[in-house]
Design a protein around this ligand. Structure first.
Ligand code: ADP
Ligand code: SF4
Length: 689
């Protein structure tokens, strides 16, 4: 199919200084939890985006000098010539299909604790290091010689970047993370010399660095500057009005203005708190201040919204991080007139947890993310079909849906049986909870894909038993029957059931999602710590309950620190009037109260209430699997070759774990058993001479 002419504007080339991007799809720098530890995995991930048609592809932040690094987070490093091959590999892969390869040079200043290099951090002013973890480290102020050194280090890093094959350099001054912002902001720049005070003075450092880089590499490389649209740090912050003054004052300074939002939490806001194009008001009008092109982000997944951003003169390039993770082939699909095939980002921020937990990233929508090299998984192509021909998948939650989609893609005859009257499993229910509607895209994308395939049949209202299955004659069975929330309180505080008086009405998340919602005073006990407790507290308040949220953690929805939404959740609940009781557990449930305990002193206190909501843990629904296993002797007569338990039924986890399990099932069907071999390729640091 040909592309719709109304999207033509997205495919117009545009110059960035001395180089030209082939289209307007601009993958802004984004982390991936792999970085210097998994360089080939990270390089291949970028290469897949090149295949997918992005015009500009950037690295994650690249630490450009050992005097500033953000251990424990794993990004890239360019400290010596011996780092060049690693990033050259990435540049090569980025450029394979005509994209411009960009590197983001980061000097973290007030944000770099230097735990690894043990160097004393340097920043415009002497202040405590500003990290997520309140590290007990302070930076000293750069003196004039330090500033001269730092300028030279930028030049050296730029030259190394050119040697590695990059076309673009992004100078990082956004999210509170980059030294340029630290100079620009009065919050972090208290200097009284020519680098502090007036905006003119605070801009001096970035002017000098860009002038240096123009001399050194500007003939062949485009120089971009990434600043935050609004540093939300009280009155002293580099706010939106001052950002506009700065750009007006220096309109042609970089070859492109890259406009991010305040902190990383603001910029990568989850769909629970931020809509697509949420930054529009902050960006609007900036393009008129400069003759240079402007890129901005906003979790853009809709080509119509993208076109509007360009036609209405807000942006020149459509910046995407998460949308390019969820669908590396987003540009190609628009180009080929396959809009319906776009796998839209759901804004869950699971990808970010890979960086925050220093593991390697996952994506809920795209299970192949960061497995392109490790496992050879391609987001758009499956491996060839194996020897058998049919698969029955039981359960149409995220695991079953992804298994069905991917098995069908491989060419198997697929039957998908679902007990309920609609597909989606947990996502069909959770998408109806406050703030989670975008998560429904997990189902919508797969429902459409399945509808386009001739080799998949979906059977609703089909609650299957082992007997049914043995009569059908399918060769392979995947059991994706999900999980149920426990009523007995077993989770982390309690590894065995709590004493519970049955007189007090007790609800699980499943009950609430099924529409049974208590009123009056409700104690919500959250020993799960991800989103469910906080979301249900909202739901209860919306339904008129008075909510006391009790959690043994020091934070409400603790794990959402990793999805960058913990502060937003606490703020929202507090403003809705939820009584948040932190560092408190539950020791017993009485007839008219919940007996709580302090997690430090164990001192107990009853909270009188009309009902309790137990957000504890889940149990996999593996009954059907166990029943089939018990009849293994009957399998050969039934023509059954394999039975596998996948997703939440196997071990409950976030939705991303379920789509991954479904995808992995499809990839490995009929494949030779690898025995004890590692299931992925891995890179090991070479020993030095
Ligand atoms: P996952 O996250 O692993 O995909 P879900 O809980 O979202 O799990 O989905 C599991 C789905 O399986 C639910 O929609 C449920 O109705 C369905 N299911 C459970 N048991 C059966 C069964 N015996 N036959 C058919 N469908 C089932
Ligand atoms: Fe989007 Fe979630 Fe995938 Fe991140 S993990 S790209 S937020 S769908």
């Amino acid at each position: 199919m040909a592309r719709d002419p109304r999207y033509d504007i997205l495919f117009e080339p545009l110059a960035i200084g001395p180089v030209t991007a082939k289209n307007r799809f601009y993958q802004v720098p984004h982390c991936n939890g792999g970085g210097y530890r998994d360089p080939s995995a990270a390089a291949e991930m970028r290469g897949i985006k090149a295949q997918g048609g992005w015009g500009v592809i950037f690295t994650e932040q690249c630490e450009m000098h050992p005097t500033s690094e953000i251990t424990p987070f794993i990004e890239l490093r360019l400290w010596e010539d011996q780092d060049i091959p690693m990033i050259a590999k990435m540049a090569d892969r980025m450029k394979e299909h005509g994209a411009l390869a960009g590197i983001q040079l980061a000097y973290s200043g007030i944000n770099g604790p230097n735990f690894y290099t043990k160097e004393v951090p340097m920043a415009p002013s002497a202040l405590p290091i500003r990290t997520f973890t309140n590290d007990p480290v302070q930076a000293r102020a750069l003196d004039r010689q330090d500033i001269r050194d730092l300028r030279r280090w930028f030049v050296t890093a730029a030259k190394r970047s050119r040697t590695a094959g990059f076309d673009l350099i992004c100078l990082y001054g956004a999210h509170g993370f980059g030294i340029f912002q630290h100079f620009l902001s009065r919050a972090t720049n208290h200097r009284t010399d020519e680098y502090g005070g007036s905006l003119e003075n605070r801009s001096r450092f970035v002017r000098e660095v860009i002038a240096d880089l123009r001399d050194a590499v500007g003939d062949s490389m485009g120089l971009t500057l990434r600043v935050s649209l609004d540093e939300i740090t009280g009155d002293l912050g580099f706010g939106n009005a001052e950002v506009r003054d700065f750009i007006e004052m220096h309109s042609d300074l970089p070859d492109l203005w890259d406009l991010a939002h305040g902190t990383w939490e603001d910029c990568s806001g989850p769909s629970r708190f931020k809509e697509e194009a949420a930054q529009q008001d902050l960006v609007q009008g900036i393009k008129a201040l400069t003759s240079r092109p402007v890129v901005g982000v906003g979790r853009f997944t809709s080509p119509d919204v993208m076109v509007r951003q360009i036609k209405s003169g807000i942006l020149d390039f459509i910046g995407c991080a998460r949308p390019s993770i969820a669908d590396p082939f987003l540009p190609k699909k628009i180009e080929e007139g396959r809009i319906e095939d776009i796998r839209e980002c759901i804004g869950c921020n699971i990808c970010i947890t890979g960086d925050m937990t220093m593991s390697i990233s996952r994506c809920t929508q795209n299970p192949t993310f960061m497995e392109e090299w490790r496992k050879g998984w391609h987001p758009e192509r499956m491996n060839a079909k194996g020897d058998s021909s049919s698969v029955l998948i039981i359960g149409a939650g995220p695991a079953g849906l992804e298994a069905a989609r991917a098995c069908a893609e491989r060419g198997y005859d697929v039957a998908l049986a679902e007990a309920q009257s609609e597909i989606g499993g947990r996502v069909a229910r959770e998408r109806l909870l406050p703030g989670l509607s975008a998560w429904g895209r997990v189902v919508d994308y797969r429902a459409y894909q399945l509808s386009q395939k001739g080799n998949v049949e979906t059977y609703l209202n089909s609650s299957l038993t082992a007997n049914d299955i043995l009569q059908f004659g399918f060769e392979n069975i995947a059991i994706a029957t999900g999980a149920s929330w426990r009523r007995d309180g077993v989770a982390r505080q309690h590894v065995s059931p709590l004493p519970i008086d049955p007189a007090l009405p007790l609800y699980t998340p499943d009950d609430l999602m099924a529409g049974s919602i208590p009123t009056g005073t409700v104690v919500l006990y959250d020993d799960d710590h991800y989103y469910m407790g906080g979301v249900l507290a909202e739901l209860l308040v919306q339904n008129g309950a008075t909510v006391v949220l009790v959690t043994p953690s020091a934070y409400v929805s603790d794990w959402t620190n990793n999805t960058l939404e913990q502060a937003s959740i606490h703020r929202k609940l507090a403003m809705m009037g939820v009584d948040i009781q932190l560092n408190r557990g539950v020791v017993a449930i009485g007839a008219d109260h919940v007996l709580t305990n302090c997690t430090y002193t164990d001192v107990t206190r009853p909270i009188p209430c009309d009902a309790v909501v137990m957000v504890a843990s889940r149990i996999g629904n593996d009954g059907l699997y166990q029943a089939l296993k018990a009849r293994q002797d009957d399998w050969p007569d039934a023509g059954l070759k394999s039975v596998k338990l996948i997703g939440d039924a196997n071990a409950p986890g976030p939705i991303a774990w379920a789509t991954y399990a479904g995808h992995r099932y499809a990839r490995e069907l009929d494949e030779p058993d690898r025995g004890d071999a590692l299931s992925f390729r891995r890179e090991i640091t070479a020993l030095a001479e």
